[in-house]
Design a protein around this ligand. Structure first.
Ligand SMILES: [Zn+2]
Ligand SMILES: [Zn+2]
Length: 75
């Protein structure tokens, strides 16, 4: 039986149906980062977004597998 594709922004861990969040590889400001700080941004439109905070203070938002410096749905 073939697995369905995981939800956008996630990948299979290889353990059953367990999925994990794919981390962004870089900060919009262009530096390599260690992603120690994950968060969550509530949003009624998309049922919330994962967030990452770079050491420079830049927040990156996850939206359907894309990494955005700002959310179009939060102003
Ligand atoms: Zn949203
Ligand atoms: Zn940064």
């Amino acid at each position: 039986m073939k697995r369905p594709p995981p939800p956008a922004g996630y990948e299979w861990t290889g353990h059953g149906m367990e999925i994990q969040l794919i981390d962004p590889v870089g900060c919009p400001a262009g530096h390599p980062i260690r992603w120690g700080q994950r968060g969550y941004a509530p949003c009624a439109q998309h049922h919330g977004h994962p967030t990452w905070t770079c050491r420079c203070g830049q927040v990156i938002y996850g939206l359907d597998g894309a990494f955005l410096a700002e959310l179009p749905c939060r102003r």
